[in-house]
Design a protein around this ligand. Sequence first.
Ligand code: 2NE
Length: 270
Amino acid sequence: RNWTTIKEYEDIKFDFFEGIAKITINRPEVYNAFRPQTNFDMLDAMDICRERSDIGVVVFTGTGDKAFCSGGDQNVKGVGGYIDKSGVPRLNVLDLHKAIRSLPKPVIAMVNGYAIGGGHVLHVVCDLTIASDNAKFGQTGPKVGSFDAGFGSSYLARQVGQKKAREIWFLCKQYTAKEAEDMGMVNKVVPLEQLEDETVEWCKTIMMRSPMAIRMIKRGLNAELDGQRGLMEFAGDATLMFYLMEEAQEGKHAFLEKRDPDFQKFPKFP
Ligand code: 2NE
C-alpha cells in the first residue's frame, strides 16, 4: 500500500492513502508511550485531518507489533504532569481526547499490540477499534499512581457496562483481544498480518457512505454523553445544514438588500 507522508513530526508518523489519514505513534523503544511532544504532534495532525476535505477517516496506531500505546511515558512523569522540553508539567493527552471526539469524521483505533493505561483510553475514545489477535488491553492507573476518570471511565462504561468498567479500573488486569471484543469495546479481531487490510476495508466502506449522515450520527452518539458541549457540536452542525438552505440565504440577502425577508415562501414541514 502506497502511503504518502502528509507531514514530518518528531514523535509520530502521519500518512495518507486514498482518503485515509494514519497517525502512528513512533516511539517503539517505550512501547509507544506518549510524552507531551507526542500529543502536540497528534493534535497538529488532527487539525490537518479536520481541515482537509480529502480525508474521510482517521486511523490511530503504533509502530511495530508490540504496542499500540502504553500510555504516559513514565520516564517524564513529574510533579503535576508529564514534563515537556521546557520543564512544564502537562496532561495534554486530554486535548487529544477532545479532538478525537470533536472531529466530524470517524476515528479508528488500529490496535496492534498493548493498549495499556493512557493507551487503553486512547482506543476507548476512538469511534471504532479493530485489533490484532496479539493485542492486550488493560488499565494500570491505580497500580502506577494515575487514573482517567474522564472518557477513559465514563465512555468505557458505556461500552462495557458499569461492572466491567469498575473491574477494569479496580483490578488493573490485562485482557485478550477476544475478551475485549466480547466485552463490547473492540469491533473486530483479526490476525496481525491482516490488521491493516481489514482496517483499510472498514475505512473504504465508511467512505462510501454519506459524510454528512456519518457526521450527524457521531455527533448524536457523542451528545448523549457530552452534555452541553455535545449539544453545542450537534447544534453547530444543524446550523451548518441550515446555512446550506435557501431559507438561511434569504435572511442574509434581505439584510444586505435592506428589505424585509420573505420567509413565507419556505415550506413548514410536518
Ligand atoms: C505495556 C506493558 C504491559 C508491556 O510489558 P512487557 O513486559 O511486555 O514489556 P516491558 O519490558 O515492560 O516494556 C518494554 C519497554 O518499554 C518500556 C519499558 O520500560 C521497556 O523498556 P526497556 O526496559 O526495554 O528499556 N515501556 C513500556 N511502557 C512504558 C511507559 N508507559 N513509559 C515508559 N516506558 C515504557 C508494560 O510495559 C507496562 O505495564 N507499561 C507501563 C504501562 C503504564 O503504566 N502506563 C502509564 C499508565 S498512566 C497513563 O497512561 C495516563 C493516565 O492514567 C491518565 C492520563 C494520562 C496518562
